[in-house]
Design a protein around this ligand. Structure first.
Ligand code: CMC
Length: 428
């Protein structure tokens, strides 16, 4: 039976429909409230606002549940691979063997980038942060593939565009990386699987027989799967809003990369390693840093802790912590920063401040340690997050366009000056 909510204000009441999701989540639909009452709702940071209905990812932050298209993240991270998960997110169902081969084939076939894009990459200073480079170059792709500007592509055209972008991202990332290091670039492979190709274009050098370690491929698949989608977070909401104006997929994804860059979002994985390094340099005194994080007069926050929606353990953090131990053991790496991370986590979990606010380690707390073990520079950690998140952004963009979502355009409560007359200060 459909329910309604009632809002009473100034002696008048308004009936508001209540919608219910497939996991019994309920929401009051206020979309017609302004027309009926002149009222808007206000919710800074959208802390309690649903911007869409979506069938892609289910997340229960109180219980620590995360599922893509109904499949638990734990099962996908253990048994699936990144490209299969990308297909699942974008197309809604797990692929048949035939569908998977066609999807992978189309991604691999389009993994080259135009020579002119290489020239653009060469124009960046070597010190440029790779997230800025990535965002700029993805946006620039519209110039080379103007068909992306068509807001109503056929299914074939949309699939080609989507698969092409998934294919090109590893090449853009690795070429930017190689150029920043002053090394020559390596052409993407047409034979290898997605993760093996990524590792080869990143790490192989001309004339060298680079062997990819299966432990590393496995860890990379796990990490990318864990990052692949996370419902309406800051970058995904950005992708949807930009795409809602019918700007090209490249523009929307470029904006998503920019949103992910910040240390409160994807940039936290870089910030965590920098924080752990700083604690190590400072003698390893974790208590001192916990005290700083609790001090309201100190801007320092414990990076990799806390989450807008998880008020319980982030399920991705559990998987990553285990994977971190396995990868470091398999690669025979002893990273002192891991001991600091584990010590800090234990102290925080037993601390009243963190307990009272339900602050737990999030996905970024341990991911940087694995990325470092895989041989990636700290500035690339957020780029890896973007590589993993790409299929999620695309799936959300595709769902938004297929639902014919209206342009994202919030309202505001104005608090500035009321009308006043202009007085001339200098002649025009
Ligand atoms: N260290 C110390 N205190 C914290 C932290 C932290 N990491 N996170 C939250 N708090 C405190 C905060 O000061 C506030 O305390 P009080 O109620 O006394 O004012 C309370 O906890 C609630 O925090 P909030 O800032 O209102 O929560 P939010 O939902 O707006 O912010 C967050 C969520 C992720 C931005 C925040 O927890 C944070 O800054 N964490 C560190 C950065 C980080 O690790 N980000 C990665 C998130 S996971 C990857 C992703 O999906 O983006």
């Amino acid at each position: 039976m459909s329910q309604t909510a009632e809002l009473t204000l100034g002696g008048k009441s308004y009936e508001l429909p209540v919608i219910e999701g497939s996991e019994a989540e309920k929401a009051v639909d206020i979309s017609k409230l302004r027309g009926a009452s002149g009222l808007i709702t206000i919710d800074p940071g959208f802390k309690n606002t649903g911007s869409t209905q979506s069938a892609i990812t289910f997340l229960d932050g109180e219980k620590g549940i995360l599922r893509y298209r109904g499949y638990p993240i734990e099962q996908l991270a253990e048994k699936s691979n990144f490209i299969e998960v990308a297909y699942l997110l974008v197309h809604g169902e797990l692929p048949t063997q035939e569908q998977l081969s066609a999807f992978e084939g189309s991604i691999t076939e389009q993994n080259d980038i135009p020579e002119e894009v290489k020239t653009i990459l060469e124009g960046f200073p070597k010190s440029a942060h790779p997230m800025g480079v990535l965002s700029a170059v993805i946006s620039a792709l519209t110039a080379f593939y103007p068909e992306a500007l068509n807001p109503n592509p056929t299914k074939e055209e949309a699939d080609k565009l989507i698969n092409g972008l998934i294919g090109k991202l590893p090449t853009i990332i690795s070429w930017a990386y190689k150029m920043a290091k002053g090394e020559s670039t390596v052409a993407p492979s047409k034979e290898d699987d997605y993760c093996t190709n990524f590792l080869k274009v990143m790490f192989s050098k001309e004339g060298e027989d680079y062997k990819v370690d299966p432990v590393v491929v496995d860890a990379l698949n796990t990490l990318l799967i864990l990052h692949a989608d996370h419902e309406q977070n800051c970058s995904t909401a950005t992708v949807r809003v930009v795409g809602s104006s019918h700007a090209s997929l490249y523009s929307a994804i470029s904006a998503g990369v920019s949103a992910l860059w910040g240390p409160l979002h994807g940039g936290a994985n870089q910030a965590v390693i920098e924080m752990l390094e700083a604690i190590k340099e400072d003698g390893g005194d974790t208590k001192k840093y916990l005290a700083k994080a609790k001090d309201k007069n100190d801007p320092f926050r414990l990076m990799g802790f806390g989450h807008r929606v998880y008020k319980n353990f982030d399920p991705r953090a559990r998987i990553i912590k285990k994977s971190c131990d396995e990868v470091l053991a398999a690669l025979n790496i002893n990273d002192p920063v891991l001991d600091i991370a584990k010590g800090l986590e234990q102290e925080a979990l037993n601390d009243e401040y963190f307990k009272a606010r339900n602050l737990y380690p999030n996905v970024d707390f341990y991911s940087g340690i694995i990325y470092r073990a895989l041989g990636l520079d700290v500035e690339l950690f957020t780029v890896m997050f973007a590589l993993g998140r790409l299929p999620g952004w695309i799936a959300q963009w595709k769902e938004m366009r297929e639902d014919n979502a209206p342009i994202g355009r919030p309202r505001q409560v104005y608090t500035g000056a009321t009308e006043r007359d202009y007085t001339e200060v200098s002649a025009r």
